[in-house]
Write a protein that binds this ligand. Structure first.
Ligand SMILES: [Zn+2]
Length: 309
């Protein structure tokens, strides 16, 4: 039914119990996509967990060992801000496998979406801010390793700065990192991305979209990626509990349309990862993520297919 694949695994849920991170959102999104007739069961493909060798292209062997054996210190667990469990670790490895598969599918079909992932706060040697391992970086490194891509771009519109992404790819000219976020919000410090757009509190739809467009223009003017990873956080939404911007659901739709259209017009395959979303009503978070899938569908069905400018 959809012109590209959706990557999903029933064990994406991070098993967090009562937590501001609604990790049941992955299942809710899948169920709604099916119930609303947007997707059919055959549009979904399930990933394998990432191989440790893939994870260790980004993360230190010591950190990976500690994650898998549970030998993290109290301080390390606290910094993740989510409870440690074997199910949580399994979900993180599946999300990373999902982003690898999304990247691979986007290269084949022009578009793909991981109904998970976007854990952009994970660093090579530690996790923080609900992020344990950096699925998008792991995917980019795997695809580069296979020589399926030389260069990649990360477009991160989560309300929080993509600090892990910036740290991992800092100094690497093969990966262009773009982050548009609320300046006065976690994380501190914010290591430099290739382009950082620091927004003041309370920015609304029109100002946001104008600034985003100007900076996307510069990014695509400067750099020719073989693949774009779109880290499409739902948390710039005005009803978000952890964000301080003021975008509406309609404004977020226009944001998605802008990003996917830049990729389409430049003939670059695009893979989506979901990232954050902490709306007071979880149904709003689900709606915003579904709208991102629909923006990609609309772009895929536009005159010019991705990969053929
Ligand atoms: Zn966020």
């Amino acid at each position: 039914m959809l012109p590209f694949k959706l990557i999903y695994h029933e064990r994406y849920d991070l098993n967090l119990g009562e937590h501001v991170f609604p990790s049941q959102k992955y299942r809710l999104i899948r169920d709604a996509l099916l119930a609303e007739g947007i997707a059919s069961p055959s549009d979904f493909i399930a990933p394998e967990p990432a191989a440790d060798a893939d994870v260790e292209r980004v993360h230190s062997h010591e950190y990976v060992h500690k994650l898998k054996t549970g030998h993290l210190s109290y301080a390390e667990k606290l910094r993740m801000e989510i409870p440690y469990s074997q199910e949580m670790i399994e979900a993180c490895w599946l999300a990373a496998g999902g982003s690898i598969l999304a990247g691979r599918s986007a290269l084949a079909d022009g578009w793909a979406a991981n109904i998970g992932g976007g854990f952009h706060h994970a660093y090579p040697d530690h996790g923080e801010g609900f992020c344990v391992i950096h699925d998008v970086a792991i995917a980019i490194r795997r695809l580069q390793f296979e020589r399926l891509i030389a260069q990649a771009m990360v477009v991160d519109t989560d309300v929080h700065h993509g600090n892990g992404t910036a740290e991992i790819f800092g100094g690497d000219p093969s990966v262009f990192t773009f982050s548009i976020h609320q300046e006065n919000n976690y994380p501190y410090p914010k290591p430099p991305s290739t382009i950082d757009v620091n927004l003041p509190d309370g920015v609304g739809d029109d100002d946001y979209l104008a600034i985003l467009e100007k900076n996307l223009f510069h990014a695509f003017d400067e750099f020719q990626p073989g693949l774009v990873f779109y880290v499409a956080g739902a948390d710039p939404y005005r009803e978000d509990q952890l964000g301080g911007l003021a975008l509406t659901i309609e404004g977020l739709k226009r944001r998605d349309a802008l990003v996917v259209d830049y990729a389409r017009r430049h003939g670059v395959p695009l893979a989506i990862a979901l990232a954050g979303g902490y709306a007071r009503n979880v149904n709003d978070t689900v709606r915003i993520h579904i709208d991102t899938i629909l923006a990609a569908r609309d772009a895929a069905q536009a005159k010019l297919p991705a990969g053929k400018p």
